[in-house]
Ligand binder design. Sequence first.
Ligand code: ADP
Ligand code: AMP
Length: 215
Amino acid sequence: MNIILLGPPGAGKGTQAQRLVERHGMRQLSTGDMLRAAVKAETPVGLQAKAVMERGELVSDEIVSALIGEELDAMGADVGAIFDGYPRTEAQAGSLDSILAARGRSLDHVIELAVDEDALVERITGRYTCASCGKGYHDTFEQPRVPGTCDKCGSTEFKRRPDDNEETVRTRMAEYRAKTAPILPGYEARGLVSRVDGMADMDDVTAAIERLIAD
Ligand code: ADP
Ligand code: AMP
C-alpha cells in the first residue's frame, strides 16, 4: 500500500505516520527528516537545503524527488510506503507518479488531515522529539508518561527543530497554501482523496485513518 498524508505543518502527519509504521510495518518516507539528516551530515544536499529550511521555504523539487526515489529503492518492494511531507508541489506530484510507476507501485490513498490554521502555531511551537528514536511529543498534547523519559526507548534526551518558531511557521503555512494545497484537486479527480478531521484527538485521527485503509 502507498499512502500520502497531506496537510499543513503541524497537521499531525508525522504523528500518524509513526503509528502506521508501528501497527502495519509500513515505512515512513519524510522528506523533512531526510533533509534534516542531510543538513546534520553536511552533505552537498544538506549544505544547499539548510538556509532554505531555516526560512521555511521549499527545497527544490529535484532534490526532494531524488531523495524519495533513493529511499524507495532501499526498501523492500512489498513494504508499504507512507509519504509524509511529500509531494508538496504540482511538479513533485507528477514526479511521484513516475517514481512509483517505475517501481511497480501506485497510490492507494491520499489522506488529507484537515485542521484549523489557528491551532497550528501552538502545535508546532510545542513540538519536540526524542533525540534517540525520534518519537514525537508535545508540551501540552502528548507528554511522556514518565516526565523527561521517552516512552518508546527510555532516552532522556529530547530536541526541538530550529524552524519550529512562530515566524517560520507562518512562512511554511503560506508555502502550503500557495504550492501544496493546489495539488489536492488533481488527486480528487482521480478519486484518491479522503478527508480526516485532524482537529480530533490523536487516537480518533488514527482510528479514522485505520478505517479508511481497511476498506
Ligand atoms: P506534521 O508532521 O504534520 O508537521 P506532527 O505530527 O509533528 O505534525 O504534529 C505537530 C505537533 O502536534 C506534535 O507535537 C504532535 O504531538 C501534536 N499533535 C499531532 N496530532 C495532534 C492532535 N490530533 N491533537 C493535538 N496535538 C496533536
Ligand atoms: P517538514 O519536516 O515536512 O515540516 O519539512 C521541513 C522543511 O523541509 C520544509 O519547511 C522545507 O523547507 C523542507 N521540505 C521538506 N519536504 C519538502 C518537500 N517535499 N519539498 C520541498 N521542501 C521540503
